[in-house]
Design a protein. Structure first.
Length: 345
């Protein structure tokens, strides 16, 4: 299991390297190919977008996993279709070939930086400190979900220097999770925050396998001793926000599902709740494994049943929507308290 965890961390770091490469160079050289998703998009938005970086980051992460674990090749799924502006994106055998492919859709300077980032060996100091005795898992029964750049709108705004105050690159995350194809339960998760600490980044991971749990971060972090903060989407129903505020909860609405889930995993917030179906399996699989490893869970907002991830293949991305909403927490008592509020209301 340690080797699989290392591979998934490295896959997340390849995606993070590509995201960071978009902020390098002179301002007039920093080009993002942005395209509207159309029917592939999040139903919450009138228009949902993806960038070349999203697609390349996903394919780089997928390539890393397939290279180390060929048996998983048919079971690695991601948010993005591997095509943009009529070009199918993949990781070629060498950097020059990848650059040539990318040059068909973005200027050569941007293509070169992104290709170099995709082919550079990932360098995450966390992999050298992982436990060597993690339990084995049946790799033939695993599936993988990838969200290569969660918070694409924040990513675009941040790269272009147009992010609103309190928004932007800090809210971008890379999310990768492994799940049991038999039960659908999350097993292993990684959240990579590429632009944390001026671009040095940080990684949080968790493993939950039956009664064995492990978790860690790339740096020491002390969570608040008491926390009554609940995170919500800015699109949440006003009455739900009012219910929490009435009961002395601090409500905040930062952007990015991955960022909100990371905040709960780190203890910076007690709860993340979303009553609407605007998150997807690729958003929640990795964070779900981390939260379970820390004693928490992600459950349906409507039914309170834990989410599962072994959906059959489908060409329609909406089939992978967490349609009943979600509630994410690290501590069961927090969830019970929030549930009681909803019942009393």
């Amino acid at each position: 299991m340690t080797s699989l965890l290392v591979t998934i961390i490295n896959a997340s770091e390849r995606a993070a390297q590509i995201a960071r490469s978009c902020c390098e160079g002179e301002p007039d050289e920093t080009k993002l190919l942005v395209t509207e998703k159309g029917s592939d998009g999040n139903s919450r938005f009138d228009s949902d977008f993806k960038t070349l970086a999203d697609v390349l980051a996903q394919e780089a992460a997928r390539h890393e996993i397939k290279k180390s674990f060929p048996g998983l090749s048919e079971h690695v799924r991601g948010e993005e279709r591997a095509e943009i502006d009529g070009v199918t994106i993949s990781i070629k055998d060498d950097c020059n070939e990848t650059k040539k492919m990318l040059s068909a859709v973005v200027p050569e300077t941007a293509a070169e930086r992104m290709a170099k980032a995709a082919h550079a060996e990932p360098c995450c100091r966390l992999t050298a400190t992982l436990p060597g005795d993690l339990p084995d898992v049946d790799q033939d029964n695993l599936g993988i979900w990838i969200d290569p750049i969660d918070g694409t709108a924040e990513f675009i705004a941040g790269v272009c220097g147009k992010a609103k105050e309190g928004h932007g690159l800090l809210h971008v995350t890379v999310l990768i999770g492994a799940y049991s194809r038999t039960t659908g339960e999350p097993v292993l998760g990684v959240i990579n925050q590429p632009f944390y600490n001026n671009g040095k980044g940080r990684v949080v991971w968790g493993l939950c396998l039956e009664d064995k749990t492990f978790h860690g971060t790339s740096e020491d972090f002390t969570a608040p001793e008491q926390n009554n903060m609940v995170l919500m989407s800015s699109a949440e129903k006003p009455e739900i926000k009012a219910m929490f505020e009435k009961n002395q909860w601090v409500v905040k609405t930062p952007p990015g599902a991955g960022y909100k889930l990371l905040s709960v995993a780190l203890g910076e917030a007690a709860l993340y709740t979303m009553s609407l179906g605007t998150t997807y399996r690729w958003d929640t699989c990795g964070p779900h494994a981390i939260l379970k490893a820390k004693g928490g869970d992600i459950v349906s907002h409507t039914s309170s049943l834990p989410l599962t991830y072994n959906d059959p293949p489908n060409e329609d991305p909406q089939s992978f929507c967490n349609s009943e909403g979600i509630t994410a927490f690290c501590h069961r008592e927090v969830f019970e308290l929030a549930s009681n509020l909803a019942t009393e209301s």
